[in-house]
Design a protein around this ligand. Structure first.
Ligand SMILES: Cc1cc2nc3c(=O)[nH]c(=O)nc-3n(C[C@H](O)[C@H](O)[C@H](O)COP(=O)(O)O)c2cc1C
Length: 355
């Protein structure tokens, strides 16, 4: 029977469909709902250690409609990262993994340029059992005055340093989420990969101002008569996203290839190599780790492609036969990624014994 199962960086997923960080991952209730509906994974709404500095405003969304007004083509938001307390999030991550141990839960994290803060947020999230990290270097309106989000993602040197801090303490895969608000997305992507990240997530939203309400002459979305440039998403940005995914894929192919000898290298006695040449091995580990680029599709986009109609749900995808054969060609990752714990000579943290 056809299966949608896929393995990414050693993480086994029931299917490759993952919800991007944002409102659908804003608390444990909606995350659990997503798992119940059959999503392969959820990237939770971005969290930081101190939620008190995050003040979300309303209204914070504006839409661009098609001429007949029936369809939303573009979507702008000025929503910041989560304003819910970090301790609450830790409880919810744990509750979620306890209830859905096979649901892939990815913590999206963001901090200021402070090593202790990045190490603390990484260690505390992985203690409660999340499966991977997405580093948010990409929110276009997220606390730039504190050099967070896209403000950090636009500076490859700073981004690379933060990636090295996180990768030094993370025992689970780390993906860096890129901002499209740069001239060459290869530059920050290269810095992330060279500093140990397994994957690149692309793209976050494009800096934008949706328009002006011609009746009130106020910019949209208006908060007490004012606005600030927000992030543009939805169908309108897909061609730009695809171009950037292509550029990142080419970067990986040209500069971070997985050598054919990868499996052979994995079989070597790492602990001995590590003891004898620690710095060299660390360098080698980051070079030979498997890097991936993923474009998470929308459910609306994949439904017709896989013959899902009407009331059929995403969770039924796994039961499809015949028409879903193309899914078998979806990049299968059978675990060439060296588990971080293994690379570091520690025992695996996974309860199911998978590497
Ligand atoms: C309302 C809203 C809130 C979002 N919040 C986050 C966030 O907290 N962290 C993050 O990394 N991306 C966030 N995003 C960006 C999305 O994860 C995604 O990268 C972006 O919307 C582009 O993809 P899309 O066009 O498929 O929506 C948010 C997007 C929207 C629309």
């Amino acid at each position: 029977m056809a299966t949608l199962e896929t393995t990414v960086d050693g993480i086994k997923m029931p299917n490759p469909f993952v919800i991007g960080s944002g409102p659908p991952g804003t608390n444990v209730r909606v995350i659990k709902r997503a798992f119940k509906e059959g999503w392969g994974g959820v990237i939770a709404k971005t969290v930081s250690l101190d939620a008190s500095k995050v003040v979300n405003v309303g209204p914070r969304y504006a839409k661009l409609h098609s001429t007949d007004g029936k369809e939303v083509i573009g979507w702008e938001n000025i929503e910041l990262i989560s304003d819910r307390p970090f301790e609450k999030w830790l409880d919810e991550f744990k509750e979620c993994k306890d209830e859905y141990p096979d649901g892939v839960l990815i913590a999206s994290i963001m901090e200021e340029f402070n090593k202790d803060a990045w190490c603390e947020i990484t260690e505390r999230c992985q203690e409660v059992g999340v499966d991977a990290f997405e580093l948010n270097f990409s929110c276009p309106h997220g606390l730039p005055e504190r050099k967070m989000g896209a403000a950090m993602g636009q500076d490859p040197d700073i981004l690379g340093e933060v990636c090295s801090w996180v990768n030094a303490v993370s025992k689970i895969p780390v993906w860096a989420k890129m901002t499209p608000n740069v001239t060459h997305i290869e530059d920050p992507s290269r810095a992330a990969l060279a500093n140990g990240c397994e994957g690149i997530a692309a793209i976050n939203t494009i800096r934008s101002v949706m328009g002006v309400d011609l009746e009130t002459l106020r910019p949209m979305p208006t908060v007490e008569g004012y606005t600030t440039p927000g992030g543009y998403s939805s169908r309108a940005v897909k061609p730009i996203a695809l171009r950037m995914v292509m550029e990142i894929a080419q970067l990986i192919r040209n500069e971070f290839p997985v050598p054919l000898s990868f499996r052979h290298r994995r079989g070597r006695d790492r602990s001995r190599r590590r003891r004898v040449h620690p710095p060299r091995w660390r360098y080698g580990a980051s070079l030979y780790r498997r890097h991936e680029v993923r474009l998470w599709p929308r459910e609306d986009d994949v439904r017709p492609a896989f013959g899902i109609h009407g009331q059929q749900r995403l969770r039924d995808l796994g039961r499809l036969q015949g028409s879903s054969s193309r899914l078998l060609h979806y990049p299968r990752r059978t675990g060439p990624h060296a588990d971080r714990a293994q690379v570091r000579g520690e025992s695996s943290q996974r309860s199911d014994g998978r590497q």
